[in-house]
Design a protein around this ligand. Structure first.
Ligand SMILES: Nc1ncnc2c1ncn2[C@@H]1O[C@H](COP(=O)(O)OP(=O)(O)OP(=O)(O)O)[C@@H](O)[C@H]1O
Ligand SMILES: [Mg+2]
Length: 585
């Protein structure tokens, strides 16, 4: 890429020198000859015409070669930025993605890259393409009369100084305009992503009205910034440019009297005309650079906050299999304000199956995400197999855990790819086995394209229960020593849950499992149940112990079993349907 930069930047500028300054110089010389000697024949003019043609052809060739290099520079630069843009985003914490819309991130990361083209083009065509010819023109003019150069450069400088404050004022207008455009795109993305909700609440009209008002606001601000460019800035530049041209003509005519002849008049006139064009470009150059810089800044701003969840410089090796878990006096707050967990202790022996229950918002999901180190603790430690998870490489840590999130999202890929995501090197047979265990095959085989069916954006073409089964298949395929299930079977009907649960119990053998469930029957058969309420562990024990102690768990259980205490859980951990009817919330 570096090899391309110099020719890409210089050649078009040199082409401009040929077209706008050397070719007119030849014409001026010819005109000078004609004026001196009015009998000049065709033969004598021929070398001028030839030189004129060669210069123009050469200039065109320089342009073509320059553009060839520039195209490659642009394309490679864009590719490079696309790649590092996403790399940077992948390095971000989970919390970053909670605070930033996926839609606006997508726009930012893509326009960050594509604005590179605008930036380089402006640099090449407008800046280098104007300055180098201006330099050349100044040298030539100097040889006729230094005063011509002084006049031209003074006028250009004066114009630049006059326009600069106006351009800066326009910057504020452009910022407002960009913010308004961002509000439009943010709303469009939000509406489209929630289309079903919009439909269900018959909110199309109100959403469209909101869109119209945002678009109108953006139109007002856009016009304001454009008008400022056209009416304020260019109305100042125009007379200055005319004055410069007139000055050039005046100087040239004076010179011709002093003995420089017609040649100087023609050169001065054309050079002034060409050079004053740059005056109108100040605004445009500024606008282009500014808009590409604004876009780039919007993206790099995001990168400023460095990720907080980092791999240690010298990570510890992995703990042994069937690891024990230990939350040791952990304190954690989601943001400023009172912490959700304060000095929380929880120990899970290796191979134990723990059910995590409790009211909504109690912190169950947060606890699972802390174990995955999606976010770091404020105080305390989490140990796996006796090793502090912050001392492990994040990839190693997460490799120990098969996780089914509360709201399993799908990729817009095939069913097969969605399952294989857990282990890309899995064979078809392994994927099939996992899919069978999670009862995915039951519905997958009925789909027109089976496992090759695309599941739609975020898995929209699957039912909630089907999505959960795919997520479970993923966890089964992952084959990790720790199983972390957050409401993994909540969307299944009792009958499918019973079937899936069998598979899960098999999977949990010889593994440590932390299972979050609202439907208590799901976890009633676990080795130990932990009741979490507002970030505190309020009770622990087996199902029977907790029922006997008549505490929070017993109350929840009675709610769910319709006010009757039913039988204790059956061997495989699931209760009969009567006990598993309703969720707590
Ligand atoms: N990303 C976040 N930023 C700020 N607060 C959060 C975030 N995620 C969760 N919370 C807050 O933390 C608390 C615990 O949430 P959490 O999701 O852990 O509860 P939960 O026990 O899993 O609830 P549920 O049973 O409804 O899934 C809630 O009060 C919630 O509002
Ligand atoms: Mg939760």
């Amino acid at each position: 890429m570096r090899r391309l930069t110099l020719p890409a930047m210089l050649l078009p500028a040199l082409g401009n020198v040929g077209i706008a300054y050397i070719a007119p110089l030849i014409v001026a010389k010819l005109v000078g000859r004609i004026a001196d000697d009015d009998g000049i024949g065709l033969r004598a003019t021929l070398p001028y015409v030839l030189a004129f043609t060669v210069v123009l052809l050469l200039a065109e060739a320089l342009w073509r070669i320059g553009l060839h290099c520039l195209n490659r520079l642009d394309a490679l630069g864009i590719e490079h930025l696309y790649v590092i843009g996403l790399d940077e985003l992948f390095a971000k914490d989970a919390s970053f993605f909670h605070d930033n819309f996926a839609g606006s991130l997508t726009k930012r990361v893509l326009s960050f890259a594509s604005r590179f083209e605008e930036f380089v083009d402006t640099l090449t065509f407008n800046i280098m393409g104007s300055l180098i010819p201006l330099l050349f023109g100044s040298v030539v003019l100097w040889r006729y009369e230094p005063l011509l150069v002084v006049g031209l450069l003074t006028m250009i400088t004066v114009t630049a100084l006059c326009v600069a404050p106006l351009i800066r004022r326009r910057q504020a207008l452009v910022d407002q305009r960009e913010a308004a455009i961002a509000r439009v795109s943010g709303h469009v993305a939000d509406s489209l992503m929630n289309m079903d909700t919009v439909r269900a609440f018959a909110a199309e009209e109100s959403e469209a009205a909101e869109h119209r008002s945002r678009v109108a606001a953006s139109r007002r601000l856009t016009l304001l910034s454009w008008d400022y460019g056209n009416l304020r800035i260019d109305t100042l530049v125009a007379p200055l440019s005319v004055a410069t041209n007139a000055l050039g003509l005046l100087l040239a005519v004076t010179l011709s009297r002093g003995g420089h002849g017609v040649e100087a008049v023609v050169v001065a006139f054309t050079y002034y005309t060409n050079a004053t064009r740059i005056m109108f470009e100040f605004n445009q150059i500024y606008r282009r650079l500014e808009s590409s810089m604004t876009e780039a800044a919007q993206f790099t701003e995001l990168l400023h906050s460095p990720p907080t969840v980092l791999d240690p410089a010298s990570p510890d090796p992995l703990p042994t299999r069937a690891a024990s878990l230990r939350f040791e006096r952990i304190t954690f707050a989601h943001g400023p304000g009172a912490p959700l967990f304060e000095d929380l202790d929880l120990a899970v022996p290796g191979g134990a199956k723990i059910g995590l229950v409790g009211r909504s918002g109690g912190g169950k999901t947060t606890l699972t995400r802390l174990l995955l180190r999606m976010t770091d603790l404020d105080a305390g430690r989490i140990l796996i197999g006796g090793q502090d998870i912050s001392r492990l490489r994040q990839a190693d840590l997460r490799g120990l855990i098969a996780y089914v999130p509360q709201d399993p999202a799908m990729f817009h890929r095939t069913l097969r790819d969605n399952i294989a995501f857990a282990r890309p090197d899995a064979t078809d047979a392994e994927i099939r086995r996992a899919a069978e265990a999670a009862h995915v095959t039951e519905f997958a085989d009925a789909l027109p394209e089976g496992f090759e069916t695309m599941v739609g954006e975020r898995g929209i073409k699957l039912s909630g229960g089907q999505r959960q089964r795919v997520a479970l298949a993923r966890a089964i395929l992952r084959d990790a020593p720790i199983l972390l299930l957050d409401e993994a079977t909540s969307a299944l009907d009792s009958e499918s849950e019973l079937l899936v649960q069998e598979a899960l119990w098999r999977l949990m053998e010889e593994r440590t499992a932390l299972v979050v469930a609202h439907r208590l029957s799901t976890v009633a058969g676990m080795d130990r149940l932990v009741v979490l309420d507002r970030g505190r562990i309020v009770e622990q024990g087996t199902h029977e112990e907790l029922l006997a102690s008549e505490g929070a768990y017993a109350k929840l259980w009675r709610h769910q079993s319709g006010g009757f205490l039913t039988d204790s859980p059956t061997d495989d951990g699931a209760l009969d349907d009567g006990a598993a009817r309703a969720d707590v919330n």
